[in-house]
Design a protein around this ligand. Structure first.
Ligand code: SF4
Ligand code: SF4
Length: 442
């Protein structure tokens, strides 16, 4: 049977072999954590603790401050020692960070209302997810309680679990499915109960045969189906995943719910299970520490807010002069880390250390109009034209040509034989276009 997929996309080297067979290990508790107030998409959380205050693991230290915002929690048991400003590489802004020094082993502050989900109303479940500060753990960090609150007049027909994990090198979702399949299925049933969805699909790329088998066993007898997807980047992009599974197209500027679909990542689904069944706020998550620059790559559970340097110390790095870059995430969509003293945040599913011999020095030449970038763009954009418009600062025209629809997947840059970094131009162009739009509204 033909595997499900979308139009366009690329086939970068998968590099999953570095970590895909490594069982998930729990890392030792960090001595200090640094919790951003911007650990999610939307307004920063409002800090509700002060220096000198003792906190337990899971204790709320910041409250959601707006419709799209999320609670933040202490991820260790200790004392708040200061509140500082640090750069958040994900948002490019400087934000408040609560610094906590560990004083001992975990003393948990659990969500009191947790327990058997079948005895809870949808509102009660959504409220637990909100209390737990759960956000999209695939990287988007959109607050999950907002996604689970289906607005009046809308109906979610299908739930899709995004288990594609199409980004090269990253293997944590694969391992979660192998090692935590029944818990993930319980998480899916909790989301279905809370949203009224009657049918769920789990979309997994064909390069994860063990995970496919485990999940097939775990969903037996449930209204949940495994959909095997072609291994192709960016198969896990939301619109491409929805199209591959349902053949429904989310309109430009629209949301999955506009076509009756809600999408949750595998690790997010697991976090929802942990919160609802066991009362655990989002204080830890899985991560792949990988890349040719890592001595002992693997998959780990770590406390959110641990410094990148502390995580990398557990796996060891090759000599500094061999390292080209360290990324939050994978090589296609990852964010280059300006400093390994920065902390991790809720959306961190990988740290990838690339070496100079792996990253070819790409020379850049003028566009030869070969249209490779057009062929691979999953959104059907014309990247070479879009680049010209952004460079000429013709933002209105660029938006007409779909600038804001660009999902920044980097497929065009990857495929370009002239070595043109198209996606960099679009990231900057989108920021400027958004700022100009905001100014025009004032
Ligand atoms: S234009 Fe945007 S969406 Fe299209 S391939 Fe390039 S980065 Fe991806
Ligand atoms: S792939 Fe590169 S060289 Fe070819 S049309 Fe696009 S921008 Fe130009």
């Amino acid at each position: 049977m033909a595997l499900l997929t979308f139009k366009g996309g690329v086939h970068p080297p998968e590099k999953k072999e570095l970590a895909e067979h490594k069982q998930i290990k729990i890392l030792p508790l960090p001595e200090k954590v640094y919790i951003y107030t911007t650990n999610h998409l939307g307004a920063p959380a409002k800090i509700i603790v002060e220096p000198g205050q003792k906190v337990k693991t899971g204790q709320k230290i910041g409250e959601a401050n707006g419709f799209i915002s999320a609670n933040i929690h202490s991820t260790i048991t200790g004392e708040v020692i200061e509140i500082v400003k640090m750069t958040n590489a994900a948002t490019g802004t400087r934000n408040d960070v609560v610094v906590i020094q560990r004083t001992g082993d975990d003393e948990w502050d659990l969500i009191p209302e947790h327990g058997d989900y079948t005895k809870k109303s949808p509102e009660e479940i959504v409220n637990i997810v909100k209390e737990a500060g759960i956000v999209g753990l695939g990287g988007a960090m959109f607050p999950s309680h907002v996604k689970m609150s289906i607005p009046k007049g809308k109906k979610a027909e299908y739930l899709i679990i995004n288990a594609a994990e199409c980004e090269p090198y990253i293997t944590i979702d694969n391992r979660m499915m192998i090692e935590k399949s029944s818990e993930i299925v319980k998480g899916i049933k909790i989301i279905m109960h809370a949203t009224g969805v009657k049918k769920a699909y789990i979309g997994i790329e064909s390069n994860k045969p063990e995970a496919i088998e485990k999940m097939k066993e775990a969903v037996s007898g449930e209204p949940i189906e495994i959909k095997v997807l072609k291994t192709k980047y960016p198969q896990g992009a939301e619109k491409q995943l929805i199209y591959a599974i349902t053949k429904k197209e989310v309109p430009s500027g629209g949301l999955p719910l506009d076509v009756g679909v809600i999408v949750f990542n595998v690790s997010t689904t697991y976090a929802i299970y942990e919160a609802v069944e066991h009362g655990k706020p989002l204080v830890e998550r899985g991560i792949t520490l990988t890349g040719e620059g890592v001595k002992n790559p693997g998959n780990f559970i770590y406390r959110i807010g641990t410094k990148v340097k502390d995580l990398l110390d557990h796996v060891g790095l090759v000599e500094e002069e061999k390292i080209d870059r360290i990324l939050y995430g994978g090589p296609m969509m990852g964010i280059p880390l300006p400093d390994i003293e920065l902390p991790t945040f809720k959306g961190n599913n990988a740290l990838t250390v690339l070496t100079k011999d792996i990253v070819p020095k790409k020379e850049s030449f003028p566009c030869i109009r070969c249209s490779k970038c057009v062929q691979v763009c999953p959104i059907n954009l014309m990247p070479y034209l879009l680049k010209l418009q952004v460079e000429k600062r013709e933002y209105d025209k660029a938006m007409e040509y779909g600038l804001m629809d660009c999902i920044e997947c980097g497929s065009c840059s990857y495929a370009c034989p002239a070595g043109i970094e198209l996606v960099k131009t679009f990231k900057t162009g989108k920021k400027v276009a958004r700022a100009l739009k905001g100014r025009a509204k004032k």
